[in-house]
Design a protein around this ligand. Structure first.
Ligand code: DGY
Length: 312
């Protein structure tokens, strides 16, 4: 197994480098010059990712004996999986280990956005409390949360939402028998049926701009949009317009169309809560994701197949 050679394109958690170094040969792309990479290109059989490093066909094509790309994250829209499949390259991701963390972040955003907690804190820190009370905010009680994408994380969000006394409705590719929540047959119907629309659908071409101007209009002037999935699922220009024109009440966003760029228009608005894509970013959960990146590679290198391959 020690001859299994893994390329690490960007700096990763020590759980990944340490876990791989004990069993594989590793090359760190950011420490190697082009000539060194060219020389070892034919030896590289695995890639261990960190962050959302883009892996397209051109990149994978540099390594003629590449067998597996181990992604750090449950979302894998950063990888050209169709190209990988055509070339017999396995792609793995890190599902489940981050469900609870991302669901916690979604709830944090729902509460912070409805109750405007960050703006209230800014009010206090600016010394404004002595001049006037912070304006009254929306409540969670009796509201309905619409979940766009009732997968594993969506279900963890739904469980939390119910504990807060809110109702759950959802939309996805198809109704899920037995989940006990009302299925809405379209994104517009979902937006019409809920007060707080939570986006937790995967990124990629299939879901691009699922939340557009018409959906935001259907959400309405008391509606709140939360996105903890991928920026691409929401038409960001339409969202900015909807927030500026008060077509919706507020938004809580952990993800953006062109990360790490955040449009100035969003930064300028007080009724938007903005996070730097930290949905899964606790030490515990990120280490769990890193360990799964390692375990997928080691299992493959040992001839036991991938542990969590992405669906074809
Ligand atoms: C994921 O796992 O896809 C999250 O976005 C964390 O980066």
């Amino acid at each position: 197994m020690s001859s299994f050679h893994v390329l690490i394109p960007v700096p990763v958690l020590s759980v990944v480098t340490d876990g791989l170094a004990s069993a594989c040969r590793i090359t760190k792309l950011w420490e190697a010059d082009d000539a060194t990479i060219e020389q070892s290109a034919a030896d590289i059989r695995g890639i261990a990712l960190g962050g959302h490093f883009p892996v397209d066909g051109v990149f994978m094509g540099r390594f003629p004996n590449l067998e597996i790309v181990s992604n750090f994250g449950v979302g894998y829209n950063n990888i050209d999986t169709a190209w990988a499949a055509r070339h017999g390259i396995v792609v793995t991701n890190t599902p489940d280990v981050l469900n609870e963390e991302v669901a916690d972040t979604a709830l944090g955003l729902i509460i912070s956005t409805a109750r405007q907690l960050p703006a209230a804190e800014r009010h206090l820190r600016a010394g404004l409390w002595t001049e006037r009370p912070f304006p009254l905010t929306a409540t969670l009680r009796g509201r309905t949360v619409g979940i766009l994408g009732l997968g594993r994380i969506g279900k963890a969000i739904a469980k939390r939402v119910e504990a807060f006394g809110m109702a759950v409705v959802y939309h996805g590719r198809k109704p899920q028998p037995g989940v006990g929540y009302l299925y809405c047959p379209s994104v517009i119907a979902l937006a019409e049926a809920c007060d707080i629309l939570v986006v937790i659908a995967p990124g990629g071409a299939e879901t691009k701009h699922l939340v557009d101007a018409a959906v935001l209009k259907a959400l309405g002037p008391d509606g709140i949009l939360i996105n903890v999935a991928r920026g691409s699922v929401v038409d960001e220009a339409a969202l900015i317009d909807a927030l500026q024109s008060k077509t919706i009440l507020a938004a809580g966003l952990d993800v953006f169309a062109q990360e790490p760029h955040v449009p100035q228009a969003l930064l300028d608005m007080d009724h938007v809560v903005l996070l730097p894509h930290v949905g899964s970013a606790s030490t515990h959960t990120r280490n769990g994701m890193g360990q799964l990146v390692v375990d997928n590679l080691l299992s493959w290198a040992a001839g036991q197949g991938p542990l969590t391959p992405v669906p074809e």
